[in-house]
Design a protein around this ligand. Sequence first.
Ligand SMILES: [Zn+2]
Ligand SMILES: [Zn+2]
Length: 253
Amino acid sequence: MKITFLGTGTSQGIPIIGSKHPVCLSANPKDKRLRVSVLVEWDNYTYVIDCGPDFRQQMLNANVSKIDGIVFTHEHADHTMGLDDIRPFFFKQGDIDLYAHKRVFKALKKRFDYIFTSKEKYPGVPSVKEHIIKNVPFQLGNLKVLPIDGLHYRLQVFGFRFKDFAYLTDMKTVESKEIKKLQNLEVLVVNALREEPHISHFNLEEALDFINKVKPKRAYLTHISHHLGFHDDVQQNLPENVFLAYDNLQITI
Ligand SMILES: [Zn+2]
Ligand SMILES: [Zn+2]
């Protein structure tokens, strides 16, 4: 299985428009972060988790020519606003498979009514196939994917386990029965916003505590704010098996 970090930034991305913060001004490519998303590839399957406003650029960066579907963690704009840019895939492949909680589909239908409508579609508008996810395993290609349920302040969010790989973002609270689903992982990806506490996201300390509970072989941090600091400085102070993800990083499991 190959994982490509398409974006590792929090909702505004890094740099933030107009910001003079030193991390936003950094010349290190590892300090430039598009909105959070990953590409998960195995056998001949290619799935994207989330479809934020940088989706087009991310598909170009990772040279993706075909996708088997998009899986959504939740409906926030930084995870959904790139949906119109599925058009090149739709033109080649037909309806694009989307996987999401039914509440997320409700939000997508409001924002992208023209994609979901069945009557008098404007020419060139893409079409999608809805697959509603509940908190039970679901099929993606030849794999059963296990949803991990969590809370993002009060909003329900899904993380996903693909065999020995799990991806959790925008988590603030995860119940112990959900943490039990994460035993014996090779790689865990989890959100770590900044050092200061935040109402709806793990800060660094909470992310490291979570990693200690899950005990994966390796962990990668994502959904990062410029307030966390320069990539290279933060990485130096992390435990041995914990890494700060960065855009375009690829790992094989
Ligand atoms: Zn987010
Ligand atoms: Zn969010």
